[in-house]
Design a protein around this ligand. Structure first.
Ligand SMILES: [Zn+2]
Length: 262
C-alpha cells in the first residue's frame, strides 16, 4: 500500500503537472461501483476552477486553492494519479478523469477500488474531522515520544496507527524497526527513552530518503530491508548473518531479522 513517500511523490506530480490550469470538466470513469467518488454536484463544483496549491498529510493528497474546493485522494492499495496529454488514451481502470483546458488530463487509476476521491472545502478541517494524528514528517520529537511511548500495543502497530501518527504503513514500519534493531512485537511503552528518540530520528531519516528518491525503491541501498523482504532470506545488514522472518503483528505481515532485532 502506498505510504508517505509514494503520497509525497504523487503530491509532487500534481504540483508539477496540474497547477494553474482551468478545469473544463471532471467525470467518472467506467465501472465505478464499490468505490467512493464524488457525486455529480461535487464534480460540478470543480468546473471552471484551478488547482493552485497542493498539500499532503499522511497518506492523503490534496489539490485545490485558497477559496476551495479541494480534491482529496487516498490511493488505497493500487490507486495512482496519472497526468497525461490528449490525444493519448485514458489509462485503463480510470475511475475519475479531470479535463483541463488544452490537452492536459488527470486520471485517477484504481484497479482494486480501495482508494477514494472526495471534494472538500478545507484540508486542515478535513484532517481534524477524520481524526488523523500529525504527519510523520511534521510531528515534533517530544510529541512522538509521548504518543508512541504511551501505547501499550506492539511498536509496529503504534507506528502504523494513523490516529497517532499519519503516513507510515507496513513497509516503512518494518524498515524503521530493522534499522534500530527492535523487534516488531516489542511493546511500545516498554521502549526506553533512548530507544524512542532513536525511533523518531530513524523514522525521519528513512522517510526523507524515501521522499528524496520519490519512492523509487530500486534507488535505495541494498542494505535496506525494503530491498530484501524475503522470508528465509539472508539479512541485508552488513555483518549480521541473520535470517529474514515473516510474522503477523496486529494482523499485518511483519518482516524482521531473527538476529539483530529483539
Ligand atoms: Zn540482521
Amino acid at each position: 500500500m502506498p505510504e508517505l513517500p509514494e503520497n509525497e511523490a504523487q503530491r509532487l506530480t500534481l504540483e508539477r503537472e496540474c497547477l494553474n490550469r482551468t478545469i473544463e470538466k471532471a467525470e467518472l470513469g467506467d465501472d465505478v461501483s464499490y468505490i467512493e467518488l464524488p457525486g455529480s454536484n461535487e464534480l460540478g463544483r470543480l468546473k471552471g476552477r484551478q488547482f493552485t496549491e497542493t498539500w499532503r498529510h499522511g497518506k492523503n493528497v490534496f489539490a485545490g486553492s485558497k477559496s476551495g474546493p479541494w480534491i482529496t485522494v487516498h490511493l488505497g492499495m493500487t490507486g495512482w494519479l496519472i497526468p497525461f496529454d490528449a490525444p493519448d488514451d485514458t489509462p485503463d481502470h480510470t475511475k475519475l478523469l479531470i479535463t483541463f483546458e488544452g490537452d492536459r488530463r488527470l486520471a485517477f487509476r484504481c484497479p482494486r477500488k480501495l482508494g477514494h476521491v472526495r471534494v472538500i472545502d478545507d484540508p486542515g478541517a478535513y484532517i481534524g474531522e477524520q481524526g488523523f494524528g500529525p504527519d510523520a514528517l511534521d510531528i515534533a520529537k517530544d510529541a512522538f515520544c509521548k504518543v508512541v511511548g504511551s501505547t501499550r500495543g506492539a511498536i509496529k502497530s503504534a507506528l502504523m496507527s494513523q490516529d497517532k501518527l499519519a503516513g507510515i504503513g507496513n513497509l516503512w514500519s518494518d524498515e524503521i524497526l530493522f534499522r534500530i534493531g527492535v523487534g516488531p512485537e516489542r511493546r511500545a511503552n516498554e521502549l526506553s527513552d533512548d530507544e524512542l528518540e532513536d525511533t523518531f530520528d530513524t523514522m525521519r531519516e528513512l522517510l526523507k530518503k524515501g521522499v528524496d528518491v520519490e519512492a523509487d525503491y530500486a534507488k535505495l541501498p541494498d542494505t535496506w530491508l525494503i530491498r530484501k523482504r524475503d522470508e528465509g532470506g539472508g539479512c541485508p545488514r552488513r555483518g549480521c548473518g541473520g535470517t529474514i522472518r515473516r510474522t503477523k503483528v496486529g494482523g499485518r505481515s511483519a518482516y524482521h531479522c531473527d538476529t539483530h532485532q529483539s
